[in-house]
Structure formats: structure tokens, C-alpha cells
Design a protein around this ligand. Structure first.
Ligand code: NAP
Length: 525
């Protein structure tokens, strides 16, 4: 289909009236048609009012209707075919295979949430039957279920143009929970966003759902992003991006007369601990795996391993040499946007200019105007403990190795870390005791702890946690990847002594949804 450069408000395509945004092919620097005129508070109000109008109907759709809707979105996205991946490649500089993989993940996520909706466990049904004879006081009939929070604002992420953008994890989990969604499309890939947005529009129409279940807005974050989060109809926010953007949105959400939750995934350097026995046994292999993970997607993953911690030794020196050689041989890959490339260059220059940091290796420069030249640097643990700049995320394929005097100093580094999405242990059997000592600290610091793997490549499944304490995310109690993400957009409601005729269907005595319930404290079904 031909891209129109429109905002999508319910079933309408609308031309904005504010400054134009347009995508730039980061591989060539060429501007890509069409231009998208940005929206303003008028379009934000319209989309949010429609979402509010759709809410009560949408949240009470049957589990089957909602599951079919999610599956229909996946089918409509697949039906767009090559046009989607081609536009994605042009707007992001990512390879075709990556876009194809991401489309698979996006549709897989939608289908996963469809299965979660059908299973109904997220309703978390509870019933404490009345005990009229209880002494000294009787108990009345009490029932609980989870309901959707309300319309959700989703900010598309720059680094996942499909899997964390218009129909990505935040949208899929919010729609699964029963929340209408208003997306603020990322300005770097508006064409990809429009194609996906129109696929969702078609799914809404096919499933005969109210128009306001989905809208897609383009424009500046300061204009429509802020207006969306401040809009009284919006009841929660999903965001992936910079720490600055995420904290600005948290401030807006908390300053509202009715503050709302912001689930922002922001900044993480994903420490990797090289334990001594593993380093002795297979330092070269670890170096190879590490540089492979560092370079994946030009390092533009929130789970990129940006910090490596080891104990000063001949084995650590050999690891640094081997990793440095691999970095030197690494090709430059095009970064997502000129802005992200500039931020990367600045971050690397700042690191390289510090007197307490030693440059080990830089990769190749390449021809792309926005190529990411990989980098590897080393600093001492004592400097890391006193210089907060060394914990700053450099978004791209650059990492810092920290040399510790001994295991006590390694433990102090772990304690000193900010909140992280992941923490990785490279360990052998002989490292078990050291790992055991680090574990309680890592549990406090990170959402996911790995042994002998690499943090990039996040499985979308039921047990995944893609979250962690600030600044990794704004709320460490949840995950933004995997089926548990649905709980971000739900809240419990208790029904006390309601007559059967007033109770929601899910809570009727005969358990019409046939899902497991907690009855008088005992699990049934
Ligand atoms: P970003 O600048 O935070 O922007 C993300 C989205 O939020 C955009 O739609 C942007 O709108 C909007 N936004 C930003 N600041 C806002 C504000 N103050 N109020 C309202 N909306 C706001 O992130 P990005 O463009 O994806 O990349 C920039 C940097 O973010 C990267 O260099 C990297 O450091 C970091 N990043 C981190 C991760 C991660 O997972 N850790 C992922 C992606 C990016 P506009 O359209 O106006 O820009």
C-alpha cells in the first residue's frame, strides 16, 4: 500500500497540522517520503476521548473475542508482506533478516498474549464465601477479579521498529489486558509505524470492535508525548528509550492531579562477571562470545553487555587482549538514527578522553555515514567506585572492562552498580562459592541473572523478566517482555456481597470461564 503520511485516529486517517517529521535512511543519509505532519493536543484529545469511549465495551469483550483480535492483528501484519520489512530496513539501517526475525517475534508475541487471554489466569479469580455463623463476627461474601486499568499510552522504541513499536510488547500486553492503546510513533520509523498501524486498524474493523481501541499519533515528544501522558483519559504509560525521556514522562505522570503508572525501560549496562576458574578454563571462548554479543545489532540493545568485571590476573589480561583483537576486526554497522549515532560518538569520546580509562581497541570505521565503530576500554575498580560517569550507558557497541584487585573488590563493584536489566556470571564449577556470594547482591540489582550465556537475545515466554530497579526501569515490580507484562495494565477489584445478577460473569458460582480460582484460600481447577 502507498503510505499516506497520516495520523490514525480510530478508523480515520487524519493529516496533522504541526511541524513535519520524516524518516532518514541512516545507511545513506537520504530523506524518505512521505512527510508526516505532526499532531497536537487536538489530535491527542480526539484519540484519548475515543479510547475512553471504547474502554468499557472493549474491556468486557469475551476472552475469545479479544484473543481473536490479537491473532487478527498478527495475520494483518503478516499480510503486509515484503513492503513492511523493506520499509523497516530503509528506515533503520537494520538488515532484512533482522526485520524478518522481528516481524516473527512481533506476531509470536501477539499470539502468545492471545493464548494468555484465553487461559484467563490473569483474571486472578478469588472467592471467600460468606460465613454467616462465624464468631465473633460473620463474614460476608467477597470476590475478586482483575480488570483493565484504562486507555494506555505507548511510546514506540527506536531500536525495535516492530517488536517494541506500534504493535510491540507494550501494545500487545495492554490490548490483552483490555486496555485501548494510543501509540506515539517513534519519529525515526514513521512509515513502518503507519503500515503496522493500518494493519491494526483493519483488525479492529474485522473484529467489529469500537474505533477507539487503537490510535497512532506522530509528532514531537514534547508536544504530543507530553500531552498524551497528561491527558486525563490515559491511565498508564509504556515507554522504551532514554533515561532523560523516561524520567521526563515519569515527572509529568506523577504531577497529574491523578498520578498514573509509567512503565519506562531506560538504561542498563548489563554487567558481566568473569569468575576466575571460568576465565582460566576458557578465556578465549568467553572473549569471542562477549564480542559477538557486544556487536549484535550495532550494540543497540538495552541488554548489550557494556560492562565486564574481572580480577586482575594473567588470564584477565589474556581475555582483554583476545577481546581487543576481536573488536579491532569488527566491522562498523549502521546505527538506527543520526541522533543515536551522534550520542554514541559523544559517549565514546567522553570515555576515551578520561585519564582514568585506557583505550584497548577500536573497530573498523566503514563507509556508512552513521556507522558504529566498536570500542573496548579498561578502568580500575577503584576508579569505577569513585567516578559515576563510568556507569553511564554508551548506547552502541562499546564496553568497559573493570579490573578488580580481588573478589572483595568485585563484590564492592556489584554493590556499587545502579539497577540493571541483567547481570551475567561466566562461571565454572570451581566458581560456585564466588557466584553464591555475588548472587544476593545481583538479585537486588537486576531483573534477570544469567550463567554462562549472553544477555542479548531476550526470549519471549512466561518466565522472562525484562525489568529491574531504576534506572533500568521506572518500576522494578514488572516486566516489559513475556506474558507477565499483562499485569502492568490490570488492577484488582473486590465485590462484597453483590447479588448474583450484578456480579461479573467471571465471578459467577459456576465458574463459566472455567479458569482456576482461589476459593476460601484453596486453589481450585
Ligand atoms: P528517546 O530520545 O528517549 O525518545 C523515545 C521517545 O520518547 C520518542 O518518541 C521521543 O519523541 C519521546 N520523548 C523523548 N523525550 C521526551 C520528553 N521529554 N517528553 C515526551 N516525549 C519524549 O529515545 P531514542 O530516540 O530511542 O534514542 C535516544 C537515546 O535513547 C539513545 O541514544 C540511547 O541512549 C537511548 N535508548 C536506550 C534504549 C534502551 O533500551 N536502553 C533504547 C532506545 C534508546 P521525539 O519523537 O520527539 O524524539
Amino acid at each position: 500500500m502507498t503510505l499516506q503520511g497520516s495520523l490514525l485516529i480510530g478508523q480515520q486517517a487524519v493529516t496533522g497540522s504541526e511541524a513535519e517529521i520524516y524518516a532518514i535512511n541512516p545507511a545513506t543519509g537520504e530523506a524518505l517520503a512521505p512527510n508526516y505532519r505532526g499532531g497536537n493536543h487536538v489530535e491527542v484529545d480526539k484519540a484519548c476521548q475515543l479510547a475512553e469511549a471504547a474502554f468499557d465495551h472493549y474491556r468486557e469483550t469475551s476472552l475469545e473475542t479479544r484473543a481473536r483480535f490479537l491473532e487478527t492483528i498478527a495475520e494483518e501484519i503478516e499480510a503486509v508482506g515484503e513492503a513492511l520489512t523493506e520499509r523497516g530496513v530503509a528506515e533503520t539501517g537494520l538488515p532484512q533478516a533482522r526485520l524478518e526475525g522481528e516481524r516473527g517475534r512481533t506476531c509470536g508475541q501477539l499470539r502468545l498474549f492471545a493464548s494468555v487471554v484465553r487461559a484467563g489466569e490473569w483474571l486472578d479469580l478469588r472467592h471467600d464465601p460468606a460465613m454467616p455463623e462465624r464468631q465473633p463476627l460473620p463474614r460476608t461474601d467477597l470476590r475478586q477479579r482483575h480488570i483493565a486499568l484504562g486507555p494506555v499510552a505507548v511510546f514506540g522504541a527506536s531500536n525495535f521498529p516492530l517488536a517494541f513499536s506500534v504493535a510491540g510488547g507494550d501494545t500487545a500486553s495492554a490490548l490483552a489486558a483490555g486496555c485501548p492503546v494510543v501509540v506515539k510513533g517513534h519519529s525515526a520509523h514513521p512509515g513502518t509505524s503507519e503500515l503496522v498501524g493500518r494493519a491494526i486498524q483493519r483488525a479492529v474493523a474485522k473484529c467489529d470492535l469500537p474505533d477507539g481501541v487503537f490510535s497512532l499519533l506522530f509528532g514531537s515528544g514534547n508536544e504530543i508525548g507530553q500531552a498524551l501522558v497528561a491527558n486525563p483519559h490515559i491511565k498508564a504509560v509504556g515507554f522504551t528509550g532514554s533515561r532523560r525521556g523516561g524520567t521526563a514522562l515519569m515527572a509529568t505522570a506523577h504531577a497529574r492531579p491523578d498520578p498514573i503508572p509509567v512503565y519506562a525501560e531506560m538504561s542498563s549496562i548489563n554487567p558481566v562477571f568473569l569468575l576466575p576458574e571460568a576465565l582460566k578454563a576458557r578465556g578465549d571462548k568467553i572473549a569471542e562470545g562477549f564480542v559477538g554479543s557486544l556487536n549484535m545489532g550495532a550494540g543497540q540493545f538495552c541488554t548489550n553487555p557494556g560492562l565486564v568485571i574481572g580480577i586482575k590476573s594473567a588470564e584477565l589480561d589474556a581475555f582483554v587482549t583476545a577481546a581487543g583483537e576481536a573488536v579491532k576486526g569488527s566491522a562498523a554497522q549502521t546505527m538506527l538514527t543520526p541522533g543515536i549515532h551522534d550520542a554514541y560518538q559523544n559517549g565514546v569520546s567522553t570515555l576515551a578522553s578520561k585519564s582514568n580509562v585506557k583505550e584497548i581497541a577500536r573497530g573498523q570505521t566503514g563507509d556508512s555515514p552513521h556507522g558504529c565503530q566498536p570500542g573496548l576500554f579498561v578502568a580500575s575498580a577503584s576508579d569505577f567506585l569513585t567516578d559515576e560517569d563510568l556507569q553511564s550507558e554508551v548506547f552502541g557497541a562499546t564496553a568497559l572492562v573493570i579490573e578488580c584487585r580481588d573478589s572483595d573488590e568485585m563484590q564492592r563493584i556489584a554493590e556499587h552498580l545502579e539497577g540493571q536489566l541483567t547481570a551475567t556470571l561466566q562461571m565454572d564449577d570451581g566458581d560456585l562459592e564466588s557466584a553464591r556470594q555475588l548472587l544476593p547482591t545481583l538479585e537486588r540489582k537486576a531483573g534477570r541473572i544469567l550463567a554462562n550465556g549472553w544477555p542479548t537475545g531476550v526470549e519471549v515466554c512466561h518466565a522472562m523478566v525484562h525489568g529491574g530497579p531504576y534506572p533500568a526501569t521506572s518500576d522494578s515490580r514488572t516486566t516489559s517482555v513475556g506474558s507477565a507484562a499483562i499485569y502492568r495494565f490490570l488492577r484488582p477489584v473486590c465485590y462484597q456481597n453483590l447479588p448474583a445478577g450484578l456480579l461479573p460473569e467471571a465471578l459467577q458460582d459456576n465458574n463459566p470461564f472455567n479458569v482456576s480460582r482461589l476459593v476460601d484460600g484453596k486453589r481450585e481447577g
